[in-house]
Write a protein that binds this ligand. Sequence first.
Ligand code: PLP
Length: 380
Amino acid sequence: MLVYLDNSATTRQYDRVTDEMKKVMDDFYGNPSSLHTLGLDAEKKIRGARKTIADSLGASEDEIIFTSCGTESDNTALYGIAHSKRREGNKIITSAVEHPAVLETCRSLEKEGFLVEYIGVDRECRLDTEALKNAIDDNTIMVSIMSVNNETGTIMPLQEISKLTENIVFHTDAVQGYGKVDLTNCGADMISLSAHKIHGPKGMGVLYVKKGIKLPPYILGGGQEKGYRSGTENVPGIVGFGTAARLAFDNFDERIKAMKNAREYLLAGIKDQIKDVLINSPADGAASVLNVSFLGTRGEVLLHTLEQDKIYVSTGSACSSNKKSRSQSHVLTAMGLNFKEIEGAIRFSFSEFNTIEEMDYVLDKLKTAVERFRRLGSFR
Ligand code: PLP
């Protein structure tokens, strides 16, 4: 049995997405800017995908910019607003638990002279909204807070934040929230999405930019994407993203239910069968993530032990951990966990394809791995 529980790192592409993308590569290879039929047909395909994604956000089609990934969307939102609003103020507020796509961009903006405030979280990764409220001042031009944390699944209070940011641009990195929580009335002015977290292709992103928000063009050239991001469109990728979004939203409730069932079953089993664990995800977190510290073990060793039984998990966030110089999770650190608690942490992340039978298999192997580690100190 192969059990894939690393869906927050990336997901297996839907077969339908692969089929649609292949069809586009084979038959709709025209340049969407060309005036002949092949070009128009390719453009029509893009329009279809744009509408699906716009509908899923409760947005209009001209508010959707296709990008190459969630990271590009985050970079674009932060650099774009910072640079265009520099004269109005130089303060940006974000959280201490953002993905590096936001945090590293903020650090780079600090080097340019912007002032960045990083709002803290509690033990369950909930944002300190009081601190956010107090941090907003006349100098603040932008607030960027993620919709769902990638390591714990904690859902951030976007609507509440949007009420605090009525005169400030509010960006949310919804890479982990899209297809997991409802974003239609979240109140954000800009939203970053990524296709590969919802069974779409890797290397495809979206930046939603609310009408009225001024974003400078950031890739200059032929004027594609309303002039914001030039370059011939990745038509198969865009169609793949649109197809994945359609499938994810057509089956939204069933998908969430399947993830929730697997998550709850695994959580109950862990609590019941394994001693000395710390549950790092809140009970009301997204159905897609469960973060647990197995005290007295090392998550990385557990990960490789489980891998021998074809169970794939993560120790934190795969995208954020530079494999060569792995450092301790900044998210769990911000939550106040100590070194040992962080060291023993494993992230299980779910898709609708996970089953109860798989969870029984995981529980069995996990229990053995944890007990063996604790008995021997290490497997090495
Ligand atoms: N933001 C969050 C919260 C993520 O989890 C990730 C990827 O894990 C990204 C941004 C980056 O997205 P992409 O891999 O499409 O660049």
